[in-house]
Design a protein around this ligand. Structure first.
Ligand SMILES: *[C@@H]1O[C@H](CO)[C@@H](O)[C@H](O)[C@H]1NC(C)=O
Ligand SMILES: *[C@@H]1O[C@H](CO)[C@@H](O)[C@H](O)[C@H]1NC(C)=O
Length: 439
């Protein structure tokens, strides 16, 4: 893997090569590897070096996908922020032009990560975090030139819950000297930080956007109340099952609204549960499968695994994803608001960003848990008014609002659903540059 300067002519040449369907040398430099984080449990990472000859000192951004069980090396890379899209054409809004980007397939069993034994799966975020710390220790040792580069964790959905827990362990490890890196902040995108606040706001959000009538609002609220009871009684597996049932109530009353973007409908056949179907099977169908479309799966298990050359023969990209979700089901509905509070108190730069059209992690729910923070800066944050940001591709049109106070920031991203970089790529890139202090 030689270092090649990314000139526009090379990119052009590259586009021709790709269009002919030949193996795809990327314009920039990249690297990838496995780390055995526990006995028989292997995690895969894929790094793209920043590809911008006119800028030096660009940060390192680690991207964490949701699910749990969604693959950053696949979905985040080819559908959101990587240098190429799913058709292997250059992406204009790739984050690689402003950062080195590290995709890690986590938890173990996600994407190209795999476990050889059933006890290799993580069952809670603490285990997810300790596995990631092993990976990061190896990564910053193998790529020691990144030890002095500002390191940010960006995340989406369940990835945000993991990112909070990982950040908390990372600051301890840096203090203890077991991981050497320059941790500069964490960004939580449409993140499952307070699951109950999300579920409890589904009804009001859908009602005010003309997606529920009065009957529907009552049904969704009643179902959500059952989730609340289970969470209050700390019955978290039951809460996950009731969350699934609440989603079915939403689907029935909205004629199948898409949980990831309320302006669209469920992409596949109606996802309402079939008789006797296990709720975990239903939830993986609802929430893991959209991250593993057939075309992405064919790409990852075809040309990409061939290019990477290190994927064991009996490992399929996405092959263990459902088990990843299933092993985490008892932890799924637990909040991590207290961890975000600890990060803020410890002085870590924390950003929350959320898509206006996201249902599953709607903005109303994010506002609720943010307002419950015990962080001493919260009153100061609440006093501020937000600032409008132009959409970078449509000057004069508002693309987002944001507000920042001390080490906390909130970005409200307009016209985006759950997968913000897919829906509003230019705005997402602009936001990343602002968070990483490049503009
Ligand atoms: C793949 O095959 C090897 C050798 O048979 C075995 O040790 C390993 O557990 C298998 N891995 C998976 C993920 O099934
Ligand atoms: C946190 O962000 C502020 C700007 O908002 C910056 O001055 C500071 O250096 C950042 N802290 C770290 C640890 O990067």
């Amino acid at each position: 893997m030689g270092l090649v300067e990314a000139s526009s002519s090379l990119l052009f040449l590259f586009a021709i090569v790709v269009n002919k369907g030949l193996p795809s040398p990327l314009a920039g430099k990249e690297a990838w590897n496995y780390v055995e984080v526990r006995d028989g449990a292997h995690m895969f990472w894929w790094l793209y070096y920043a590809d911008n000859p006119s800028a030096s000192d660009l940060p390192l951004v680690m991207w964490l996908q949701g699910g749990p069980g969604g693959s950053g090396s696949g979905f985040g890379n080819f559908e959101e922020i990587g240098p190429l899209n799913r058709n292997l054409e250059p992406r204009k809004t790739s984050w690689v032009q402003a950062a080195s980007v590290l995709f890690v397939d986590n938890p173990v069993g996600t994407g190209f990560s795999y476990t050889e034994r059933p006890d290799g799966y993580a069952t809670n975020v603490a285990m997810v975090a300790s596995d990631m710390l092993v990976l990061l220790r190896h990564f910053f040792t193998e790529k020691d030139e990144f030890q002095s580069v500002p390191f940010y964790i960006f995340s989406e959905s369940y990835g945000g819950k993991m990112a909070a827990a990982i950040s908390s362990e990372l600051i301890k490890a840096i203090e203890q000297g077991t991981v050497k890196c320059k941790f500069a902040g964490v960004a939580l995108g449409d993140s499952w930080i307070s699951p109950l606040d999300s579920v409890m706001t589904w009804g009001p959000y859908l009602y005010t956007t003309s997606l529920l009538d009065d009957y529907g609002l009552a049904d969704v609220n009643n179902a959500a109340e059952e989730v609340k009871k289970a969470v209050e009684q700390q019955e978290f597996l039951k809460a996950t099952e009731l969350w699934s049932m609440t989603e079915s109530v939403v689907e029935q009353n909205t004629n199948g609204v898409n949980f990831y973007n309320i302006l669209t409908q469920e992409p596949d056949e109606k996802l309402t549960s079939s008789a006797g179907e296990n709720f975990i099977a239903l939830q993986t169908r609802r929430h893991i499968r959209p991250l593993h479309s057939q075309s992405l799966s064919e790409l990852m298990n075809g040309p990409i695994r061939k290019k990477l050359g290190i994927i064991p023969q009996n490992v399929t990209w996405g092959g263990q994803a459902e088990d990843v979700f299933s092993y985490m089901a008892g932890d799924f509905m637990r909040p991590v608001v207290d961890i975000v509070d600890q990060l803020l108190t410890a002085g870590v730069n924390v950003t929350v960003y959320n898509g206006q059209l996201d249902l599953i992690v709607d903005t109303m729910g994010q506002e609720l848990w943010v307002k419950q923070l015990k962080w001493e800066g919260l009153p100061g944050f609440n006093k501020l008014r937000w600032t409008a940001l132009d959409d970078p591709i449509s000057p004069g049109i508002t693309g987002a609002f944001y507000k920042t106070y001390k080490n906390f920031a909130f970005y409200w991203i307009l016209r985006a659903g759950h997968m913000i970089p897919s829906d509003q790529g230019a705005m997402a890139l602009q936001m990343m540059k602002m968070i990483t202090q490049q503009v």
